[in-house]
Write a protein that binds this ligand. Structure first.
Ligand SMILES: [Zn+2]
Length: 488
């Protein structure tokens, strides 16, 4: 990839070089000599931090003394990563994921994630504002890094719809809806989805959609169960690619109708990449993510003896889809990559006796997103490191309304910073990870690159493989898309 890794200085950075700090008292921290990686390129630059913010970039010889200095000469310096698809302490089919906001956010920090977005899931009949209050009461005393929530509407009562404007104005502009998981109580019908899109559009929010056709998925699952085809190897056939493609087309039809800002969750299929390519070529504010596992794993894993562990929705697809997703990333059709982190352990995954029946969907992954994608994307030259930083941080900050407080290394931004050793090589051993589960879809893989320090709001929270932060130190971050213009 190193073709695009030019160490230069942009005009924007020149403007901040040697930025005078009026006070001559020492700053809290200087990161010296690292190679800063931002979407615009890679720059050798020193970074001064004071009061939880980045206060200067440039040559540290022109800066005041620092209370602490990190020598980063052999490392990359990235803006703190954002993960906007995270399910901590989340129920599904009578089970709950193994992590909570404390253990989950520690694993996030070890993965370089300094800001995540979880969900406030509306139970049937509840009003939205009290749901947010309850979810924040869970997260605020526990989280060790900053976070936000997406509002997930599962019961579009008149009161709930009326409250959406207040939810958006309160700093949560993103609203999620499900087109699938009707029996699990998550899906709402198309009439409600269309109405919610109108409300979100009018209030300057963004709609996020899980796109699978519920009726077809349920009917196929029933048929496969009835005929005894319950081995994990059959799982992808119960949610085939057309189940996803039909729902993507329908959701984008509604998005076009309303003009709403739209974010597609977990794209997995080549045909879907083309749907988003078309929508974006029309200049619409339409975005999509894919997830780490769809860029690395294929449906072949369902034929392994432990195939049930890999059940997630949509399912893992073919090698051709993996390549189409990477092309979508290279072309800018796919804007972001998230983990869709769900920490089920082996006992939970094996509750169907190795079949897919009744088991919880999803894969643990928040801790490994950066090294896995560095290994699979940057090392083989599929994408540049600046592009990876855009996918994992800057684009997410812009789409969800965090920018420029997050996703940036500019003066004034929160001092959320990841130091990354590109030369390290290590093998994934689930017992050495911090997600509280006893397996990993990437176990046994050799990865390139390792996170060495993580700084959150100016505080070094990960240092030398140790967590040094305090429970509850993370903050709920208010977001807004007011005044944000999307150029493509
Ligand atoms: Zn999810």
């Amino acid at each position: 990839m190193n073709r695009r890794e030019l160490i230069t200085t942009t005009p924007a950075l020149i403007a901040t070089l040697g930025t005078a700090i009026s006070s001559q008292s020492p700053v809290d921290l200087v990161i010296r000599g690292g190679r800063a990686v931002v979407p615009e390129g890679i720059f050798r630059v020193d970074i001064a931090i004071q009061g939880g913010k980045i206060v200067a970039l440039g040559d540290s010889s022109a800066m005041p003394a620092a209370r602490k200095v990190i020598d980063a000469r052999d490392r990359y310096v990235l803006p703190g990563l954002i993960d906007s698809h995270v399910h901590f302490n989340t129920p599904f089919r009578g089970m709950k994921t193994r992590d909570d906001f404390y253990t989950g956010s520690i694993a996030a920090a070890f993965g370089g994630v300094t800001t995540y977005i979880d969900f406030a899931i509306q139970p049937k009949g509840r009003d939205l504002l009290s749901v947010i209050k309850d979810r924040r009461a869970e997260a605020d005393p526990q989280t060790v890094v900053d976070y936000s929530l997406h509002m997930l509407v599962t019961d579009p009562t008149p009161i709930a719809l009326e409250q959406l404007a207040d939810v958006i104005a309160s700093g949560m502009p993103s609203v999620k809806v499900f087109m699938a998981f009707g029996r699990e109580g998550l899906m709402i019908d198309d009439g409600a989805i269309l109405e919610i899109m109108r409300i979100v559009q009018q209030n300057n929010g963004i709609i996020a959609v899980h796109t699978e056709n519920n009726a077809i998925a349920e009917r196929l699952s029933d048929e496969y169960e009835r005929t005894g085809k319950t081995a994990a190897a059959y799982y992808p056939e119960t949610r085939p690619r057309y189940v996803e493609l039909e729902a993507i087309r329908r959701a984008l039809f509604y998005a076009r109708l309303t003009g709403v800002r739209y974010y597609g969750f977990h794209l997995t299929i080549a045909e879907g990449v083309e749907e988003f390519r078309q929508a974006r070529s029309e200049g619409l504010p339409i975005f999509t993510e894919t997830c780490t596992h769809y860029l690395v794993l294929t449906e072949d894993v369902y034929r392994q003896p432990d195939g049930a562990n890999y059940v997630c929705s949509p399912p893992l697809r073919t090698r051709a889809d993996v390549e189409a997703l990477w092309r979508g990333i290279q072309d800018g059709v796919i804007s972001t990559v998230t983990a869709d982190h769900t920490a089920w352990d082996l006992a939970q995954k094996q509750i169907g006796g190795g079949t897919y029946v009744g088991i919880p969907h999803g894969l643990p992954g928040i801790e490994l997103r950066l090294p896995v994608l560095y290994t699979e994307g940057v090392v083989p030259g599929r994408i540049s490191f600046p592009r990876l930083v855009d996918l994992l941080s800057t684009s997410l900050a812009k789409i969800w309304g965090f920018y420029p407080q997050k996703g940036s290394l500019a003066p004034g931004a929160d001092a959320d910073i990841v130091l990354f050793d590109p030369d390290a090589q290590w093998m994934v051993d689930p017992s050495h990870l911090h997600m509280p589960v006893d397996w990993s879809p990437y176990a046994g893989r050799t990865l390139r690159g390792r996170i060495t320090e993580v700084i959150s709001a100016g505080e070094v929270v990960i240092e030398g493989r140790q967590f040094r932060g305090k429970r509850g130190r993370g903050r709920f971050i208010r977001r807004s898309l007011d005044g944000v213009r999307f150029t493509r």
